[in-house]
Design a protein around this ligand. Structure first.
Ligand code: ATP
Ligand code: LTN
Length: 332
């Protein structure tokens, strides 16, 4: 069976971009693949966080993922820091990737522009992501379009490692959905909708109430023309609304454009479609939120399953590099 792995950072509640670009696809894929989904808390530490915030956000994000349809009985959901093999493998990845390659990552450039303190971890972030992916012999990495470059660098790392040390890692490929791959901020439609952009009016949270969804979509920035056309270059705001409506209703955004002559009805339909999509998810979240101990138990089951695989892959990588094995593993 095809092995699938993806990751998501506990940097805040999920938004519509995460859902339409990634998580909804994950929920669909779990039924026909051997799927692993990782809440990448160590990636979130690359940008300083208020102490104590991360624990709550990680638990809540795990519940949101389950509410959005990831079923721990069908797929494996776990927290990155619960499987220490990720950080150990990341070092091997750091020694396989070059400074030049890391310097070309657009996510690093974007994020380092937005922060005063630029940690070394923000720079080596893709090496940890490569470890996340390669430890599981992953075939496919379902992500939004912004992550293509990170999967490309993971492929380069895997190929280089294999050619240096012999066949060790499966070379994965990115799977990007046709619709919803890039949902933009409603107020700044040339920036992607993002948890960490701090644009509450531009981003629709999965837990937003219907009134808030309506308000935000109706206030979305468009342009001074009145023609409805799917053209991201010339009309980013309108095209984004068409993308949202298209992804929410499984329709092609360019086809939808032909059905509207004014912005008002497009906004009204997009808001209604999103509200309908979010209703059942919010109801499931309320149930899960009421029982955090059960979420922790499910995450422990996920981490145990993940760790068994990660430990075997890491041992293979270390053996292929030729590291001297200890007589016994410490603390076992
Ligand atoms: P942050 O702003 O903290 O980087 P984010 O909102 O960009 O967070 P991630 O945790 O980095 O979200 O991404 C989780 C998944 O959601 C990834 O697969 C990513 O490609 C996808 N994704 C994120 N933002 C969007 C978006 N605006 N449109 C489509 N997919 C997205
Ligand atoms: N970099 C990704 C999150 C991420 C990820 C992964 C995605 C970390 N590890 C492994 C896919 C596979 C992001 O910012 N969305």
């Amino acid at each position: 069976m095809t092995r699938v792995l993806s990751g998501i950072q506990p940097t805040g509640d999920l938004h519509l971009g995460n859902y339409l670009g990634a998580v909804r696809n994950w929920a669909r894929m779990q039924h026909r693949t051997d799927a692993f989904f990782c809440v990448v808390d160590l990636h979130a530490v690359t940008v300083p966080k208020a102490p104590g915030e991360m624990r709550a956000v990680t638990l809540r994000l795990s519940q949101l993922l389950m509410a959005a349809g990831l079923d721990p009985e069908t797929c494996t959901i776990f927290v990155q820091s619960h499987v220490p093999e990720h950080t150990e493998c990341a070092w091997l990845m750091e020694c396989t990737v070059s400074f030049g390659e890391l310097s070309r990552m657009t996510q690093f450039k974007d994020k380092s522009d937005r922060h005063d303190f630029i940690s070394a971890g923000l720079f080596t972030y893709p090496a940890l992501q490569a470890a996340d992916i390669l430890l599981y012999d992953t075939d496919e990495v379902p992500v939004g379009a912004d992550q293509r470059q990170h999967v490309e660098i993971t492929r380069d790392i895997a190929e280089r490692f294999n050619s240096r040390y012999g066949e060790t890692f499966t070379v994965p490929k990115a799977v990007v959905p046709a619709a919803g791959a890039r949902i933009m901020d409603l107020q700044r439609p040339t920036d992607k909708m993002s948890k960490s952009l701090d644009s509450p009016r531009g981003s629709v949270g999965l837990l937003d109430e219907p009134g808030a969804v309506n308000r935000k979509i109706k206030a979305a920035v468009t342009d001074s023309e009145s023609e409805v056309r799917y053209d991201f270059e010339a009309k980013p705001g309108v095209s984004n609304l068409l993308s949202i409506l298209g992804a929410a209703t499984d329709r092609d955004p360019a086809d939808l454009a032909g059905e509207y002559t004014r912005y008002g009805p497009l906004k009204a339909d997009a808001a209604a479609a999103v509200i309908e999509l979010l209703g059942p998810l919010q109801a499931r979240f309320a149930e899960l939120e009421a029982d955090p101990a059960e979420t922790s138990r499910l995450l422990q089951v996920g981490a145990d399953k993940a760790r068994a695989i990660a430990a075997a892959t890491l041992a293979r990588a270390k053996a292929n590099i030729g590291l001297l094995e200890p007589l016994a593993q410490p603390f076992e």
